[in-house]
Design a protein around this ligand. Sequence first.
Ligand SMILES: [Zn+2]
Length: 76
Amino acid sequence: MAHTECPDCGTTLRGIKLTDATERFWSEGTSRVDQQYAAEDSKAGFMFGIEAEGNIYGRLCTKCGRILLYAVPMND
Ligand SMILES: [Zn+2]
C-alpha cells in the first residue's frame, strides 16, 4: 500500500509523475515519457528495446523533499 504521508515528517504526500526525455518514435528530445521499469537482466531487442514490466509513479513530500517510488506492474 502506497504511503499517503511522508515517513520522515508526516506531511501529506503529493502524487508526481516521473518523466524522462527518451523519445518513443520521432519526436526526439521534445516529448517526455513516463518512467518504466524492467527486469534487472533485460536486454534491448533489435526492434522494440527493453520490454518494460510496469510503470513507476512517485509521491513527493512538499515539506522535506523526499520522493517515494512505487512500481505499477502492467497486466497483459
Ligand atoms: Zn517529509
